[in-house]
Design a protein around this ligand. Structure first.
Ligand code: NAP
Length: 303
């Protein structure tokens, strides 16, 4: 990865940090994002120390806010004309329904909309490098895409809402990957598997369905003992494997094996509806809708 530039959202702790360490060890210039300057500085110091690579920097951005995603994209594009790898790693789970500054339910905003927007806005540096985008999924992303409950309008339950937002992210990823097909940019989804991180530490029995509460002690023990370094392997593989240079629109499991997309992702009609709805929530123009070609020559989609 010598000479390559990698951006990892949420790279200051958890799975993102382990991903950053591995890619920095391989010689990449690594930019990590977080929301907090002190936590971020600690994270960068830890990555530099563990990797022996000083080319690790921090950018601050709260990806729950579209304005912050846009600012992050401008900063990255200004400093890095070529971006080889973008790992949309940040995830979010909550036990209550919260709205972002944009008035969007936070789980949907962070897990589904932020990766879509950041990837769209970083189009120019990614295309310049023939870059790879890796979107990190999680939870239990299966079942149907409920377009009437995308923002947990009918009530929010932590793991259920989180899994649904990740399923929506996967459908948007599949659509975005297809639209990027002739740009040289690839986009794949990675499933990391359980890891003991800040996210899992925040989880409580109240955030999981009833049947899982019965096995909560076993479940939480499993999470407590799961090393983030193991969960980082699929992102690392997708970022580095030479055989994946042209592979796109695939879904990889926790063992870095290509696996079948959830059926909901392959539902063309519903995916198109989700795409159009998400474009509207992001204030992006019709050129990015599924019924029209994607504009390929600008950094910022028309807003
Ligand atoms: N852990 C698991 O068991 C598990 C299982 C399956 C999938 N996943 C997925 O793997 C990915 C990484 O998970 P993780 O467990 O490592 O998460 P985590 O520990 O919660 O991630 C921490 C990182 O994300 C940053 N972050 C959190 N919220 C953010 C926001 N709104 N805007 C910007 N940065 C934010 C944190 O920075 P600051 O706190 O400094 O802002 C930190 O760098 C997520 O997509 C998650 O859904 C995790």
């Amino acid at each position: 990865m010598d000479g390559k530039t990698v951006l990892i959202t949420g790279g200051t702790s958890g799975i993102g940090r382990e991903t950053a360490i591995s890619l920095a060890q391989r010689g990449a210039r690594v930019i990590v994002t977080g929301r907090d300057a002190a936590r971020g500085a600690d994270g960068v110091a830890a990555i530099r120390q563990a990797s022996g690579n000083a080319k690790v920097t921090l950018l601050l951005a709260d990806l729950a806010q579209q304005a912050e995603v846009r600012r992050l994209a401008v900063e990255v594009s200004a400093a890095h004309p070529r971006l080889d790898v973008l790992i949309n790693n940040v995830g979010y789970i909550d036990g209550e329904r919260q709205l972002t500054a944009d008035g969007i339910e936070t789980t949907f905003a962070v897990n589904a909309l932020a990766p879509l927007l950041l990837t769209a806005l970083l189009h120019v540096p990614l295309a310049a490098a023939g870059g790879r985008v890796i979107n990190v999924t999680g939870g239990m992303p299966r079942g149907r895409l409920d377009l009437d409950n995308l923002q947990a309008e009918r009530g929010a339950l932590g793991l259920e809402t989180y899994s649904h937002a990740k399923l929506a992210m996967m459908a948007l990823s599949y659509e975005q990957a297809r639209r990027l097909a002739d740009t040289g940019i690839t986009l794949n989804v990675a499933y990391p598997g359980a890891a003991a991180t800040a996210m899992t530490a925040r989880m409580t029995p109240a955030m999981v369905p009833g049947w899982m509460r019965l096995i909560w002690p076993v479940f939480s023990l499993m999470m407590r003992d799961a090393p983030p370094a193991r969960a980082a392997r699929s992102s690392i593989y997708l970022a580095t494997a030479p055989e994946l240079a042209r592979v796109s629109a695939r879904y990889y499991d926790t063992n870095s094996r290509p696996t079948t997309w959830p059926a909901a992702v392959l539902d063309d009609k519903r995916r198109a509806q989700l795409w159009a709805h998400s474009m509207a929530l992001l204030g992006l123009e019709a050129a990015h809708r599924s019924d029209a070609p994607v504009a390929r020559s600008t950094t910022q989609p028309a807003a």
